[in-house]
Design a protein around this ligand. Structure first.
Ligand SMILES: [Zn+2]
Length: 212
C-alpha cells in the first residue's frame, strides 16, 4: 500500500492525514476532509478489499481539492465539481511530469491533446493577460514580463495552470456557463492554492511512485 504524507500544508494550515482510516458508520466512504478538525481521512480498503495505489492517490487528491477549496476559494465547489476535479487533476499531473518544474515545459498534454507552450511570448495586443490559450492553434502563450516587471517562475507555472483550466477540454467536463464552478477570480485563487499544495507537499513525488 502506497505511503501518504503524515501531514499536509494547505495555505497557513497543517492538516493531519489519517491513513489508513477505517470509516465505521460511513463504511462506503473512501475519504473525508474537515476544515474545522484540520484533517484528511483516507481509507485503505473499499468494499472489504485493499484499494489500489491509484485509487488511494486519487482519493487523496479529492480531499486536497476540498481543502484547497475551503482555504483558498471560500468553499465554492459542489461535490460533483470536486469529483470531476479529482479525475482531471489526476490525469493532468500524471501526463505532465514536468508541469511544476522550474523549467517551463515546452508542451503540455490536456486529456490526450497536445498543446505547445510558447514562453516567453510577446503578444501583439493582449495587454493585460499573462497567458492565453488558443485552442484552434493548439498553443498556450505566456509572457515573461508584465508592465516591464519580470514575472517569477512560480507565477508562470500558475499562469500555465490557469490556461490549462481555461481549455475547452477541461471546460467541457467541468461544465459550461452556469455550471462552470469557477469565476475567473476564483479560478486564479484555486490555481494559486493548487500550486502551493502540490509544491509544499511534494505531490509529484507520489505520482512518480505510481509510475514505478
Ligand atoms: Zn468529496
Amino acid at each position: 500500500m502506497i505511503e501518504l504524507p503524515k501531514t499536509v500544508r494547505i495555505g497557513g494550515f497543517i492538516y493531519d492525514v489519517i491513513y489508513p482510516h477505517v470509516f465505521i458508520e460511513d463504511f462506503d466512504y473512501t475519504g473525508s476532509c474537515s476544515y474545522y478538525a484540520q484533517e484528511l481521512k483516507i481509507s485503505g480498503v473499499g468494499n472489504s478489499v485493499e484499494r489500489s495505489d491509484y485509487s488511494i492517490v486519487s482519493t487523496f487528491l479529492h480531499e486536497l481539492v476540498h481543502a484547497i477549496d475551503y482555504v483558498y476559494c471560500g468553499n465554492c465547489l459542489e461535490e460533483r465539481s470536486v469529483e470531476k476535479l479529482e479525475t482531471l487533476l489526476f490525469s493532468i499531473i500524471r501526463s505532465n511530469p514536468l508541469l511544476f518544474s522550474e523549467d517551463t515545459p515546452k508542451r503540455v498534454d490536456i486529456l490526450g491533446n497536445r498543446y505547445e507552450v510558447l514562453y516567453p511570448h510577446v503578444f501583439e495586443d493582449a495587454e493585460g493577460n499573462l497567458s492565453i490559450i488558443d485552442m484552434s492553434r493548439g498553443v498556450i502563450m505566456i509572457k515573461d514580463s508584465i508592465d516591464s516587471i519580470v514575472v517569477k517562475k512560480p507565477i508562470i507555472t500558475v499562469a500555465l495552470l490557469f490556461s490549462i483550466f481555461c481549455s475547452g477540454e477541461i471546460k467541457n467536463i467541468l461544465g459550461d456557463g452556469e455550471e462552470y464552478p469557477f469565476t475567473s477570480k476564483k479560478l486564479k485563487s484555486f490555481c494559486n492554492g493548487l500550486y502551493q499544495v502540490i509544491i509544499d507537499n511534494n505531490i509529484e513525488e507520489l505520482f512518480r511512485k505510481l509510475s514505478d
